[in-house]
Design a binder for this molecule. Structure first.
Ligand SMILES: Nc1ncnc2c1ncn2[C@@H]1O[C@H](COP(=O)(O)OP(=O)(O)O)[C@@H](O)[C@H]1O
Ligand SMILES: O=C(O)C[C@@H](O)[C@H](O)C(=O)COP(=O)(O)O
Length: 330
């Protein structure tokens, strides 16, 4: 079964939200207190997904506010060099800073992120900086949940979603829950529900869907709730236990995670989303798209970064093919 995402537009997908800096511990397998050097990468879930999709061949754009500083210019140059359209990028004029994420890699199982997100430029995107002309040039708009955490970014996102719906641009909502940017779970749930109920595709981990629903639930309860509204496709990830896709027509698809030598666990979600969406755009069926997402995540968790490590189509296909051959001998 397929899910039609592609339409004849200038861009396949425009992502909206944050573009920041990841500083990943260079000496890993130790606590951050003992880490002396960090390697710099572009980071931030929505821009990571744009980077991954662009690397796989999607025509991608990005809407977001960047700080008018060295980090902002690094991000802008990096994504432009990858072929991501930056027409929708706005440069902050009020002295706000680029968000930083220091990542601690204590062991492959024990990773954490220390985020510096006070007065970050991305959360100052104004509604009037979101262009209707730009959004209508895309087949799909990818929205990050974190961008709903504060005004004026919150209103900018709500405007983008409403413009997308007006112009039949498919809305993909990546829940991307980062607790430190929110005041309360109650508040998160209200804004998450507002966008999830208007989205075509909702992607998140089981824990993130619990945040959306403000309860500890299960996948059956989630789909019963969301299919009363606009969503057509719901993807629920369960970490190493694999992931599920549910369609409004009642089909359920499942993919296992592809086991690998894990270096760190972060980056899994963004690489998963970019390859899953790429596969849908490429006309693959949903079951195959789940494999692409899972294989892509497996590749990224074995590497040091989230953005730079995003795989190519052939790396993903080789991993899936190798696993299928191996399965014959299991
Ligand atoms: N340790 C792992 N090894 C291989 N694949 C993994 C691992 N952890 C996650 N994945 C893959 O990445 C996907 C997303 O991971 P998950 O942890 O659920 O998302 P997030 O990074 O958004 O929290 C999973 O469905 C799985 O396919
Ligand atoms: O999203 C951020 O601001 C930080 C990311 O760049 C970081 O690499 C990360 O946490 C990736 O998250 P995940 O893909 O959801 O694991």
């Amino acid at each position: 079964m397929k899910f039609e995402l592609k339409s004849e537009r200038v861009f396949d997908m425009i992502a909206i939200g944050r573009a920041c800096i990841d500083l990943n511990a260079t000496e890993y397998n130790r606590p951050m207190e003992e880490t002396m050097t960090f390697t710099k990468y572009v980071g931030g879930s929505p821009v990571n997904i744009a980077i991954g999709s662009s690397k796989l061949g999607l025509k991608t754009g990005f809407i977001g506010k960047l700080a008018d500083d060295q980090h902002g210019r690094f991000i802008s140059n990096y994504i432009q060099n990858l072929g991501i359209d930056i027409t929708g990028v706005v440069i902050d004029q009020a002295g706000h800073k680029t968000g930083l994420a220091f990542t601690e890699i204590k062991s492959p199982e024990e990773c954490s992120i220390l985020m510096y997100r006070e007065n970050v430029a991305d959360l100052y995107l104004e509604p009037d900086e979101v262009s209707e002309d730009y959004i209508q040039q895309a087949s799909a708009l990818l929205v990050s949940g974190t961008a709903l955490s504060q005004s004026p970014s919150r209103e900018a996102i709500l405007k983008a979603v409403s413009l997308a719906r007006k112009h039949q641009v498919k809305v993909i909502f990546e829940l991307d829950y980062r607790p430190y940017t929110w005041t309360s779970k109650e508040q998160t749930s209200i804004y998450y529900a507002l966008v999830a109920e208007q989205a075509d595709i909702v992607i998140g981990t089981r824990d993130e869907f619990d945040i959306l629903e403000n309860r500890t639930g299960n996948n059956e309860q989630t789909i019963a709730y969301l299919f009363q509204h606009t969503p057509q496709l719901i993807v629920i990830k369960h970490g190493v236990e694999g992931s599920y896709a549910y369609t409004r027509s009642g089909d359920v698809f499942q993919s296992k995670a592809y086991m690998t030598k894990v270096l760190k666990t972060f980056g899994a979600g963004d690489s998963y989303a970019s390859a899953f969406l790429y596969a849908l755009f490429a006309g693959k069926d949903i079951a195959t798209a789940l494999k692409y997402g899972s294989a892509s995540a497996s590749i990224v968790v074995s590497k040091h970064s989230s953005s730079e490590a995003m795989p190519t189509v052939s790396q993903i296909e080789q991993l899936i093919a190798a696993d299928e051959i191996e399965a014959q001998y299991r």
